[in-house]
Write a protein that binds this ligand. Structure first.
Ligand code: ADP
Ligand code: MG
Length: 339
């Protein structure tokens, strides 16, 4: 028998799933991103036992046509990308067509969905990636995905699961990012039966900041808004005196996607030069918007890193926006000062 053989698609799927679905919080992230891409104005996330008991995400988005439901769970099946050239202008959070396939490969999934305008919805159950029949069912417009018994068929992964509290905290972080990235979406997070976060979805970033990050943080903020070249920046930064001991309250979004970026961190902090004590760091909720062709999001499966085509332009836009806002805020009785 040949030494080298191609893996069965089942084993290949399990390996690929491990990359996308690292932990319960990654399931939540993918499902929530799908809800956003579906144009939902309301997203409810329910988690039990840090996601190991249950993860359920309900949205009121566009839904999935019943006849397309099984296809949505195939690897590399997506409605968001058609051809090579589309990779250069991605405007959705998802595009890899891997999440539903990966999640269903390592858990038991129930999906219930009803497209806008349809009279009836559809339901599908999958275990370890294998689906049953699509059944007709009554359902409100939108989609509910329930995930149970995560990693039941990958014992190696199961062994390394963190404590429930760590997972719940990670999901809370994701929900905060969702709320702050889309103030027009009402986000609700229910952990072990108790509501832990609920944003109004009134479209105002300030409301989302208040609901997601709390009153004290919200009160320490200055509003910022600026533009440089093709780059627009808006959001909130902390006043210099409200510097913190870590960077944990720095949140950046690029075209609505939460990302970690040394470049944006540096631009923000440079804006506080000489104004903030050594060892203290500013906090922020900053949205950076630029043409989708000027940013590459296809850097890593988790999609939390991006590459900017013109880094200096992005740096300068953020830096100057922050400097201008702090300067304005520092002036006595400056117009537009917030209390
Ligand atoms: P991707 O998001 O990268 O396209 P997924 O595996 O997450 O891949 O989803 C596959 C497809 O299923 C999506 O492209 C979309 O058409 C559909 N889909 C998934 N979740 C939802 C949802 N909550 N509402 C509407 N459509 C969905
Ligand atoms: Mg997706």
């Amino acid at each position: 028998m040949a030494q080298i053989q191609q893996l069965s698609s089942h084993v290949a799927d399990l390996i690929a799933a491990g990359e996308v679905v690292e932990r319960p919080a990654s399931v939540v992230k993918e499902l929530v991103e799908n809800a956003v891409d579906a144009g939902a104005s309301s997203v409810v996330v329910e988690v039990r036992r840090g996601g190991m008991g249950l993860i359920r995400v309900t949205d009121n988005g566009c839904g999935i046509a019943p006849e397309e439901l099984p296809t949505a769970f195939l690897r590399h099946a997506t409605s968001k990308l058609r051809q090579e050239s589309d990779l250069g202008r991605i405007g959705t959070l998802g595009f890899r067509g891997e999440a539903l396939a990966a999640i269903s490969a390592v858990s038991r999934v129930d999906i219930c969905t009803c497209p806008a305008g349809a009279l009836t919805g559809a339901r599908l159950h999958l275990e370890g990636g294998v689906g049953g029949e699509v059944e007709e069912t009554g359902a409100p417009q939108g989609t509910t995905v329930s995930v149970q018994d995560l990693f039941y068929n990958t014992p190696a992964r199961l062994k390394f699961m963190k404590k429930d509290t760590a997972e719940t905290a990670a999901v809370m972080g994701l929900m905060q990012h969702l709320a702050l990235s889309h103030p027009e979406i009402s986000c609700k997070f229910i952990k072990d039966g108790v509501e832990a976060l609920h944003t109004p979805g009134d479209g105002k970033l300030s409301s989302a900041v208040y609901a997601a990050l709390g009153r004290d943080f919200a009160r320490s903020l200055v509003e910022v808004s600026g533009r440089g070249g093709e780059v627009a920046v808006h959001g909130f930064v902390t006043r210099p005196l409200a510097g913190r001991g870590s960077r944990s309250m720095q949140t950046f979004f690029v075209n609505g996607r939460f990302i970690k970026s040394p470049l944006l961190t540096a631009a923000l902090e440079e804006g506080y030069r000489n104004q903030i004590m050594k060892g203290r760091f500013p906090g922020c909720v900053l949205h950076v918007e630029l043409p989708v062709t000027a940013v590459d999001v296809n850097v890593h499966p988790a999609k939390t890193q991006v590459k900017f085509a013109r880094e200096k332009e992005v740096f300068d836009a953020v830096f100057h926006t922050v400097v201008d806002a702090l300067e304005q805020d520092g002036k006595p009785a400056a117009p537009g000062r917030r209390e």
